[in-house]
Design a protein around this ligand. Structure first.
Ligand SMILES: *Cc1c(COP(=O)(O)O)cnc(C)c1O
Length: 244
């Protein structure tokens, strides 16, 4: 256990250093970037070790996989769980009841369902819109890969931002997987430009958060304005098994 904590700590610090370096290169304050540690497929022991290593921000892709971990660690103060995967409607209640932030609003229906459950639970759920900025069919997210798709999606965004029990905080994206991190850059730039547009179109909404960048490309994401980077393997090592 102790070696595990030390390993996680060392790798976390290394990522933190790289974040600081990338932020410095473009004149950003490193404190404006949060490292979210992705624990999908990782057992409870690894999450516990991560907490011992000082990590408090976690992300999971599947509510039913996350729930036992979240419940087991409920007594730990200051832990924040973000939902970062495609959410099936019938799992929406778990997210409203047990997650801090829903990062992956990728369709109006799921937003409405979350809003309804949040109303029932008497809470306002912080949330982000997941955008598909690549046009890859396998990717989830509201379509935003060119001007035309972006424009035709604005009605959907208008509906989502008007839901009273969701509080929109910004945007999230997952670009295609590339060999070189530099290839992700255009997609991060695109997300930031869309953020600019949305600030003008919906000035009443807070668009500050940009959740982008993984182990493979976070230095570039930081250079392009990420406020949350989502890191799994670079901190926790290889994933354990296939998720459900
Ligand atoms: C798994 C996952 C990550 C982390 O990927 P790594 O390559 O392990 O850093 C980030 N974001 C999402 C949406 C994921 O599903």
């Amino acid at each position: 256990m102790e070696t595990l904590v030390r390993h996680i700590r060392e790798r976390y610090l290394r990522v933190e250093e790289q974040v600081a370096q990338s932020a410095f290169e473009v004149g950003r304050d490193p404190k404006a970037i949060r490292i979210l540690v992705v624990t999908k497929t990782q057992p409870l022991e690894v999450v516990k070790a991560s907490i011992e290593a000082g990590i408090t921000l976690f992300g999971e892709n599947y509510p039913e996989e996350a729930l036992p971990k979240i419940l087991a660690l409920q007594s730990q103060p200051g832990i924040e769980w973000h939902m970062i995967g495609h959410l099936q409607s019938r799992k929406a209640r778990i997210v409203v009841e047990h997650f801090s932030v829903m990062e992956t609003i990728d369709r109006v229906e799921i937003a409405e369902k979350l809003n309804r459950f949040a109303q029932g639970a008497n809470r306002v759920l912080p949330a982000m819109l997941e955008l598909n900025v690549s046009g890859e069919e396998s990717k989830f997210g509201l379509p935003a890969w060119d001007d035309q798709t972006f424009t035709s999606m604005l009605g959907a965004i208008e509906k989502v931002v008007s839901l009273p029990n969701l509080s929109i905080k910004g945007l999230m994206t997952m670009p295609p997987l590339f060999e070189k991190m530099e290839e992700s850059r255009p997609y991060f730039v695109k997300l930031r430009k869309i953020q600019d547009s949305l600030r003008k179109i919906f000035p009443q909404v807070c668009w500050d958060e940009l959740s982008m960048g993984t182990s493979a490309d976070f230095p570039v994401a930081v250079q392009e304005g990420a406020t949350i980077i989502r890191i799994g393997t670079a901190i926790l090592g290889p994933r354990r098994q296939k998720t459900v």
